[in-house]
Design a protein. Structure first.
Length: 324
């Protein structure tokens, strides 16, 4: 499983409204007073950054959305790991002019062939971290994706993980006022949506397909999806599974028979109608109460990633639940 790749516009638009973020400030002048070398925590380890990064190589759209919330998306020069999906909407600075080096996981040489001085994303699958570090390329991880490259992000990912990452980036790029305002807006919006979420919405399974030929999967207790479900006052039927990404069988779904199903679309560029049809063709799907009673909730893939786009997913989910 790689990082989720499409997004809702709402959280980013909220932040732009709240803090007046624009892309007018040039990277060369932004954050000139930041102190370097700088030591930051990255996935529990201390990382020394020798100088402020000027050209960022992103891996996945969670990196793009988080950098944008921190006020630093105009530093993105190279992109990868998006698997052909669209960029998040509502960005203050959409890096459409950045070079897409690899639509999937970049290799070492692909990164070294650029003049990027930092990589920020969900982790490295095909690149050697030590070889990049030897070239003084700062390797930063989306903090809600720690462990993703090892196959699991683990439990404990919350919206605070996202806001802490945003403020961390603000310190690195000298954009703390923007980053801190974005973090406050996210925290306030999540609290508002949790308060608004109706009680008694019952159990849910959050499902996805990683690729067009991949089997049905679900989100367990790890990662951002479980946090979104908890904030929406839903019971994740796979919460007993500590891993983030699970392969599930029709028999497992029928055994749990959740009251509702959340179905993520857009992981590999597919639309909601195509994805829903694919799921309904799964053996036994027509026997699920959620299917028989029309309780399938379609959410963009960005709703499941540990970035500001998950706030939009939470809002859309609460909107749906509030309608009964």
């Amino acid at each position: 499983m790689r990082s989720s790749r499409t997004a809702l516009a709402l959280p980013l638009a909220l932040m732009l409204t709240a803090c007046g973020t624009t892309s007018a400030t040039a990277p060369e002048t932004k954050g000139a007073d930041a102190a370097f070398p700088m030591s930051v925590t990255d996935c529990g380890e201390q990382l020394r950054i020798e100088q402020q990064p000027r050209k960022i190589f992103t891996v996945g759209t969670a990196a793009v959305a988080t950098l944008d919330a921190a006020g630093a998306s105009d530093r993105i020069a190279y992109r990868s790991g998006e698997f052909g999906a669209e960029l998040p909407t509502g960005l203050a600075h959409s890096p459409t002019d950045a070079t897409i080096v690899d639509p999937s996981d970049p290799g070492t040489e692909a990164i070294l062939d650029t003049d990027a001085d930092a990589v920020y994303g969900y982790g490295l699958f095909n690149a050697k971290a030590d070889q990049l570090s030897d070239q003084e390329i700062a390797l930063l991880t989306v903090q809600g994706e720690c462990g993703h490259d090892a196959g699991d992000t683990g439990s404990g990912v919350t919206f605070s993980t996202v806001t802490d990452d945003i403020t961390r980036l603000g310190r690195i790029f000298g954009t703390s006022p923007t980053a801190e305002e974005s973090a406050r807006t996210i925290t306030e919006t999540v609290a508002e949506q949790h308060k608004r979420a109706p009680e008694g919405s019952g159990s849910v399974a959050w499902l996805y397909y990683f690729g067009s030929s991949e089997p049905l999967s679900a989100y367990g207790r790890g990662g951002m999806p479980n946090e979104v479900m908890e904030q929406a006052k839903l019971k994740n039927v796979y919460a007993s599974e500590s891993k983030t990404y699970l392969k599930v069988t029709p028999e497992s779904l029928l055994e749990h028979n959740p009251r509702s199903i959340i179905l993520t679309y857009g992981l590999y560029g597919e639309d909601a109608a195509t994805l829903k049809k694919k799921f309904l063709n799964e053996p036994g799907a027509d026997r699920l109460d959620a299917v028989k009673e029309g309780r399938i909730i379609m959410l963009p893939a960005g709703s499941a990633e540990p970035s500001p786009t998950a706030v939009g997913g939470l809002t859309a989910l609460v909107d749906h639940l509030s309608k009964g």
